[in-house]
Design a protein around this ligand. Sequence first.
Ligand code: BMA
Length: 426
Amino acid sequence: MKHKRLMIIGIGLCLVPLFFSCSSCSSRIEEGTETEETETGTEGTGTGVSTEVVTEDSPLADKAAGASAIALYEKLLAVQEKGTMFGAQMPTIHGIADGKPWYNETETGRSDTRDVAGSHPALCGWELGGLEDGGEKNLDGDKFEVIRRHMQAAHARGAFNTVTWHCGNPVIGGRYNNTSDHPIQEILEGGSCHAKFLGWLDMLADFLNSVKDADGKPVPVILRPWHEHTDSGKGTGFWWSVGNNSKSDFIALWHMTFRYLTETKDMHNLIWAYSPDLHHLCWGKPGIDQYMYMDAWPGDEYVDIMGLDAYETPWSNFRTTAKDIVGYALQLAQEKGKPFAITETGFANNSPEHDKYGHDKKWWTEQLYPLTKGRKVAYVMIWRDDSFPDESGEYPEYYGGFKGSYSLDDFLNYLAKPDILLEKDL
Ligand code: BMA
């Protein structure tokens, strides 16, 4: 992809940590070579990316991308030369320690990863589903005002922010998984819910514009809209899935979202990520149908990061197919000159006490690590540590390593790999 270099004009921020590796961070290890274990250290200081940059051309899908978005993207390209960033969903708001969930509304300095490894994840994911209801909380009960504060803190520390939007069904109501027949047609121009849906995009824009850096500018964000869309079964998956619509409708939805936010709303702080789901690529098939990865591809001009959501579940064929599909999608991304990431992953409730799908004490080093080892995968992001069973029998949902977790030793060994990067390594 052609793009001219950035011209950085003097602002008092030190850019060195953004673009060059620190001496304690190693370079990426080639596939097939052995890695050396290192100790995880204490947390380093990150640097925000709010700096005045004049660009002659944008490397991003948004050709009018702002300086902060371009700087964050350039940082991602530089960091992926060193290794794969470890990311986690809602990492500083929710966590678990010694069998008890914790929740931080005001404090932003704790995460399960930092509790056990001394540094926050390098990338923090945040959920905005429910924003469209106009309430103060997302669909999981997290206040938007709290999410905003944690995003601002993550940015100020030098971490990456990424956002998902499990948006409700704009046509029949209900949550993201309340499917209906061809809902996208109703929200495209000329559809019965077009105006309503643009109002929802206004709310999304208002929230993202309200997440500001120290200079009062919107922080750059990796936006991952309409994720896991490749489910081709009618009535399953999410309302925006191809199976409940059509490929061309999905592409039109992506284009409308992109144009409305970048042109009408004049938002230029977004990096756009595409993320089919492994289990939809493999559903019901003994082998892999990797080519579905590009089903309803919005086009090279509308996507910055090519991703894959890849969970270990009984139906995802994770152990037999994930490495191949990651390899396939990574190669495709490299041919297009785009970075690749495992945009969601995890092995839910990995423990013998409350496993849903089995357990594996060495899941991190033996299952997750081989997907990225020796490969230019920009980041992996695990889903959230949300709850832990208590006396009330609350349904647990957790993915990370935390104090007292079954696979903690292996989690620490994974994080200690020189090519797995935490916030301190940025
Ligand atoms: C899904 C599940 C849901 C949650 C949603 C949005 O993957 O974790 O429980 O509501 O993400 O966070």
